[in-house]
Design a protein. Structure first.
Length: 532
């Protein structure tokens, strides 16, 4: 039990204590035996007909994963086969980026980690844009990728590149499996990290020899024609020992249950200070961002808290639809003007980036409460264009519940949301007039959006994909409830539509899914019929 905590210096110290050079030599030999796995192999079984893909599938099933999105490849086939046998649905796509986009959508709508598995080399490089999009959208995502065999990496094997260096800047956690016994603890750790703190993507690399059964790996990577002589004997022994260590202890019973997820929370003092600020405000405004929809707080509980507060709300990203279709406190238009008049602004998971003109739209005389799980996002541009009165690194959803509870019986003055709602009506009438304008050759996009909004059923999900068209859709289309709007997020990636629509339909098979893109506005209106 002590060996895993020792290193070469430790064994040198043992030799020094023994007071002789022989002790150092012995210590070095013991350390070498440990690194080669010789000591571990003495007490742990090696051979079995099982394979590493089964270990992956066991952990995913224990964590409630229902779908694995992929473009099938030989490096990762054991994972896909094992998952399917254990009741996890394998969804094959035509491009690796689409697989990751679909996993991203599942993560946002289900509250679990979205999972994608792709093959080595170009299979993984094809996912880079989608993984970056998930990182900036704060989606908990597990990407599993194949890799060349552990002994062949860096030797010019098929599709062998330095994959870890590509994904370390994009992911919260990256790991490369070196022995099969590492699979269960590594996948458990990755899934917990994906959901902890600020959620985001994690990446695990699976060399091909850690996924296939012993007899196939030994046939492929074992020594077939051992070289002669002493050096040949040493090389042969080393390769065979590496193979045995790869599988040693692989199938021993291990805990596959979820690890605790660490979610930062506001302190009682911070909540109390915010309660006092809100209670004194005459013209408060809440800007709700995607982060407010993250687990563990149910969206319906957040909705009730907002309604109890009675504070006018502007909804962005995944929070669109949080207050339903026609809430009296949901303000959709004239956000810039409202922020100029507000005496208190609550940024609940909203970031002062380009979407808020880097904070310049905030009134410098306003009290500003900022709540965000990510410290960098919490204070973005606060050194230039705005300054928070209270900055809380914590979960926005649970903070809103505590704020509402502390302000029980207190409501925002009614004339303030009523005046903003009147401005809403004026702006929407202007948008309707623009939608009725005739065009010479093409459809009026605003008219299309109004028509689709009128046709949508109550449980419809809107997948918004693409530039100015999405910007217009955000002001016109009205999601009927929480978690019924999907857009790329801060990265603004075009092309998320197909994967998002696929993931949304799997999560909510009873719902119609409307997919809108700049080039496919009409076909997007009919995507629900195709997905049925």
């Amino acid at each position: 039990g002590l060996l895993p905590h020792l290193n070469m210096e430790s064994f040198g110290a043992i030799g020094t204590v023994l007071g002789c050079s022989a002790g150092i030599v012995v210590g070095g030999l013991v350390f070498a035996a440990y690194k080669l796995g010789l000591l571990y192999q003495l007490f742990h079984k090696t051979k079995s007909p099982r394979h590493g893909g089964e270990s992956v599938a066991e952990v995913l099933r224990a964590h409630g994963v229902k779908y694995v999105f992929t473009l099938v490849g030989g490096h990762i086939s054991p994972i896909l086969v094992a998952c399917e046998k254990m009741g996890i649905r394998i969804v094959d796509t035509r491009h690796e980026a689409t697989a990751v986009f679909a996993a991203d959508a599942v993560a946002r709508l289900s509250g679990t980690v979205g999972v994608a598995a792709v093959t080595a080399g170009p299979g993984l490089t094809n996912t880079v844009t989608a993984v970056k999009n998930a990182q900036m959208a704060e989606s908990p995502l597990l990407l599993m990728g194949g890799a060349a065999g552990t002994l062949l990496q860096g030797r010019g094997a098929l599709q062998d590149i330095d994959q870890m260096s590509l994904f370390k800047p994009l992911c919260k956690f990256c790991a490369s499996i070196r022995t099969i016994r590492e699979i269960v603890p590594t996948v458990r750790k990755a899934l917990a990290i994906a959901q902890s703190g600020t959620p985001g993507p994690v990446f695990i690399e699976f060399p091909i020899d850690t996924l296939y059964p012993f007899h196939l790996v030994s046939k492929e990577f074992g020594v077939k024609n051992p070289p002669k002589g002493l050096m040949g004997t040493i090389v042969t022994w080393y390769l065979n020992n590496h193979l045995l260590n790869l599988f040693a202890g692989a199938w021993e019973t291990r805990d596959v249950s979820p690890l605790p997820v660490d979610i930062p929370q506001a302190t009682d003092d911070q909540v109390q200070k915010c309660i006092e600020l809100v209670s004194r405000a005459k013209k408060p405004v809440i800007l709700l961002g995607s982060q407010a929809t993250l687990p563990p707080t149910p969206a319906d509980d957040i909705r009730k808290a907002l309604e109890d507060l009675g504070i006018p709300c502007f909804l962005g990203g995944m929070s669109r639809g949080m207050l339903g279709r026609d809430s009296p406190i949901h303000i959709r238009q004239n956000r810039r003007d409202a922020l100029k008049d507000a005496d208190l602004v609550l940024l609940a998971g909203t970031v002062c980036d380009f979407r808020l003109s880097y904070g310049r739209v905030l009134n410098r005389r306003s009290k500003i409460i900022a709540v965000n799980r990510d410290k960098t996002q919490l204070l973005k541009n606060s050194d230039m264009f705005w300054k928070p009165t209270v900055a809380i690194q914590g979960d926005a959803g649970s903070f809103l519940l505590r704020l509402s509870k502390g302000l029980k019986g207190h409501r925002c003055p009614e004339e303030w949301p009523q005046s903003l709602k009147a401005g809403d009506l004026t702006k929407e009438n202007a948008n309707r007039a623009k939608a009725d304008e005739k065009t010479e050759h093409h459809l009026n996009p605003l008219k299309v959006l109004h028509c689709v909004d009128e046709l949508m059923s109550e449980d419809s999900i809107i997948v918004a994909d693409g530039g100015d068209f999405v910007g217009s859709a955000a002001y016109i289309m009205r999601p009927r409830g929480p978690l019924r709007w999907l857009d790329p997020g801060a990265f603004g990636t075009l092309g998320v539509g197909g994967g998002f629509a696929l993931g949304a339909k799997l999560c909510r098979p009873e719902s119609e899914v409307y997919w809108h893109t700049p080039a496919q506005s009409l076909r997007g209106c009919l995507i629900s019929q195709i997905l049925k």
